[in-house]
Design a protein around this ligand. Structure first.
Ligand SMILES: Nc1ncnc2c1ncn2[C@@H]1O[C@H](COP(=O)(O)OP(=O)(O)OP(=O)(O)O)[C@@H](O)[C@H]1O
Length: 726
């Protein structure tokens, strides 16, 4: 059983003395007052009264599991306690992982402010495509995926003295892989320490190799260990809502402690009956709070961009029906494909007298504190990945949240004072929720994870010490997939150079391979555009009330050959447009500043989602940087789009489908019958053979992002797959 840490009597905030973390230099009265306020807030957090005890626990245990209420101060305070206790001497770093980028960034900003330092100095963050750290960074927040990538370059994570895996309850696929890896790294580092104390170097190497015998296959990884010594790694697993027993067992009976106490009360309200339409119920609740409750911002959890944008429109419509005095409502969307600066808008206060309504996906569910939020609306649904290993198909489905997720959501109210959480379902429904979220690793395509593990030198994936093993069928299917993509050799090793190149790109393996192939097909420019456009939400939008206009607008870009070429057409049109505009007004060619306003107008007229377009442009320039670094030849096929289609066929051959006499399509790999999604430009086409990128499961099995190809190309370009099938 986990032991309990009791917090002592709460300090009286009024009597706190200034904290030593703040540099001793004069400040202007405003910032001084803010700092003092922050300082008082810090010292009144439940975690503050168990500081010494926690530091002692970390000193005496190499692995610690910490469970503490949302808002008790784990994420922001524990790293600072450990820093002050000397865990960063010798220049070592305390790393804290988060499942989400936005949490890593905002928490790092807050902690830098609390420490009175500039972000990127003592306190920093590192997320994919954005690094705010320096050689002086000692407290580093990052995504779990980023730490995995760091392990590719530094297998022992030797710069870290402590790694805190925060929000472990989320069980993202990266968290699970990271836990397996950290367990192995810690084993190696602890054994080296013991051996360093007791034995000569030769013996110590042998023992360390035995020491990792937890089923983990890290042989090449261990070999690099010869002759090197590492300080032990402290590992802390943290969350407000994890099952400490499961984690403790995985780590060989690791110590688990609970931090008791919460800072502010959150009242939970349920509906009396199930709501037939949760979006409608959301709308009603937003206005009920706006018109009847005390000041305070509202955070609403929705399942995705489409839902958010539709609620945004509905709220705007309703708002216009209210008297002028009641219209002071600012709506701010927040979802992962929104550019980071726009995500950060949710953290800015609304202008005086306005109430802010944040419409967010579950990216706002854990770790983040959004100042001003007093009310949370939780309809109880989330979009989750689901994978069918037999068919090798991944899809996104809307499912009820778990109890752990509901708890995290309610925890976003009551960060600065008492709050309320409106759950849009009856309490008896809540009781039916799963306790915790099903680990993502059990319901996703594992190709990406396996590629990364292989790059880390883990050869035997089936024997890797996963906290919860993915099914054998899922592992084998993904190995098969990687083999088909040419990433693995016959004996299941990472191939040279393709497999290694693919592991370097931060993309789904099928897209990485498409980029590598495109450089051989002379169409890397076009493939970069396609991959960037496919990495976010849809570029096109068709509001219900203007559907015909939207379809007509899309026709201007539509290619009879399919969606990929249509996306290229949109990108090229934007490029030409900005080129022309720059000639006229002499602006710099970018999507910012004056051009942004101009482009937004153009997007609106053409029913293009300007947010998605901007996101795609960001990704485009980032991936371009990667392929340049890898030395791939970037050229364009110009008007020879047959060449590009051939490349698409060579890249996505596993997702080919043939037209059936009755008009549906049969996917060649899985044999399942699918239909072209109405949003595709090929919806009413008569193309005989196609490749597609996505399968969406609603009442029907729809395929999206489709290109017409010639059937004969499949046997020509993917003979290893099709020559044996026909
Ligand atoms: N960016 C911020 N702005 C204002 N207050 C903040 C901010 N970040 C944290 N806080 C304050 O610090 C408190 C503790 O936050 P912290 O993230 O450390 O808690 P936690 O225990 O990790 O919570 P959770 O489990 O929800 O992540 C918050 O409740 C809030 O009062």
């Amino acid at each position: 059983m986990p032991s309990m840490v009791q917090n002592g009597p709460r300090n009286n905030p009024q009597t706190q003395k200034p904290h030593s973390n703040f540099p001793n230099k004069p400040h202007n009265p405003d910032s001084l007052a803010r700092r003092e306020r922050i300082e008082r807030q810090r010292e009144s957090l439940p975690i503050a009264s168990v500081k010494e005890r926690l530091v002692e626990e970390v000193k005496t245990h190499d692995i610690l599991i910490i469970v503490g209420e949302t808002g008790s101060g784990k994420t922001t305070q524990l790293p600072q306690f450990l820093f002050s206790a000397g865990f960063c001497h010798d220049g070592k770093v305390i790393g804290i992982t988060q499942p989400r980028r936005v949490a890593a960034v905002t928490v790092a900003k807050r902690v830098a402010e609390e420490c009175g330092v500039e972000l990127g100095q003592k306190v920093g963050y590192s997320i994919r495509f954005d690094d705010k750290t320096s050689s002086s960074t000692r407290i580093k927040y990052m995504t779990d995926g980023l730490l995995l990538r760091e392990a590719l370059l530094d297998p022992y994570l030797s710069r870290y003295s402590v790694i805190i895996v925060d929000e472990a309850h989320e069980r993202s696929v990266h968290t699970d892989v990271l836990l397996g890896l950290l367990k192995s790294v810690q084993n190696v580092r602890s054994n080296f320490m013991k051996d360093h104390d007791n034995m000569d170097d030769k013996k110590s190497n042998n023992r360390a190799m035995k020491g990792t015998g937890t089923g983990t296959q890290c042989t090449s990884f261990l070999r690099q260990c010869h002759g090197r010594k590492f300080p032990p790694l402290k590992l802390i697993i943290m969350s407000a809502s994890l099952d400490a027993r499961v984690f403790s067992e995985y780590f060989g009976g690791a110590r688990a402690i609970h931090i008791e106490g919460r800072q502010h009360q959150v009242d939970i309200l349920y509906t009396l009956h199930p709501e037939p339409d949760y979006l409608d119920a959301t709308l009603v609740t937003i206005f009920q709070i706006h018109l009847e409750e005390a000041p305070g911002d509202i955070l609403v959890f929705l399942t995705g961009q489409e839902e958010i944008e539709s609620v945004e429109r509905l709220v705007q419509e309703q708002l216009h029906k209210l008297p002028e005095a009641n219209r002071k409502l600012l709506i701010v969307p927040m979802f992962s494909s929104l550019p980071s600066e726009q995500q950060m808008r949710v953290f800015m206060p609304a202008s005086a007298g306005h109430r802010k309504v944040i419409l967010a996906t579950n990216i706002a569910e854990t770790s983040v504190t959004i100042p001003g939020v007093k009310y949370v609306i939780d309809p109880g649904f989330v979009k989750a990945r689901s994978y069918d290993p037999v068919k090798g198909m991944e899809s996104l489905i809307i499912v009820p949240t778990s109890k752990a997720q509901a708890l995290q959501r309610s925890g976003r109210a009551g960060r600065e004072g008492p709050g309320k959480c409106f759950r849009l379902y009856p309490e008896r429904e809540f009781e039916k929720f799963e306790d915790s979220t099903r680990p993502e690793i059990k319901r996703c395509n594992l190709s990406n994870v396996i590629l990364q593990l292989k790059a880390l030198g883990v050869d035997d994936i089936i024997r890797f010490d996963f906290m919860e093993k993915p099914s054998r069928a899922a592992i084998i299917k993904s190995l098969e997939h990687l083999f088909l993509l040419g990433a693995l050799t016959d004996d299941c090793k990472l191939s040279e150079p393709i497999g290694h190149q693919m592991a370097r790109l931060p993309l789904d393996p099928i897209y990485s391979k498409a980029l590598i192939l495109a450089s051989q097909f002379n169409c890397l420019e076009e493939m970069l555009i396609t991959v960037a456009m496919l990495s976010g939400e849809s570029i096109f939008y068709a509001p219900r009330e203007k559907k015909d206009e939207a379809i007509a607008a899309m026709k201007c870009f539509a290619s009879p050959d399919g969606d990929h070429l249509t996306l290229v057409n949109v990108y090229r049109a934007v490029d030409r447009l900005l080129e022309k505009r720059n000639m006229e007004v002499g602006n710099k060619k970018n999507l910012h500043g004056k051009n942004e306003k101009f482009l937004r107008k153009w997007c609106k007229e053409n029913f293009i989602n300007s947010r998605s377009l901007r996101h795609a442009c960001d990704i485009h320039s980032q991936i371009r940087g990667h392929v340049e670094q890898m030395g791939l030849r970037i050229s364009s096929c110009g008007d020879d789009l047959v060449q590009f289609r051939r490349c698409l066929a060579a890249s996505f051959f596993v997702n080919a489908a043939l037209k059936q006499p009755e008009g549906t399509y049969r996917a060649l790999a899985s044999g399942q019958v699918v239909q072209i999604h109405p949003s595709s430009v090929l919806f009413q086409s008569k193309a005989d053979c196609i490749i597609f990128n996505e399968l969406v499961q609603t009442s029907n099995k729809y395929i999206r992002n489709i290109t017409r190809i010639d059937y004969l190309w499949l046997t020509e370009l993917a003979p290893h797959y099709y020559a044996t099938r026909s």
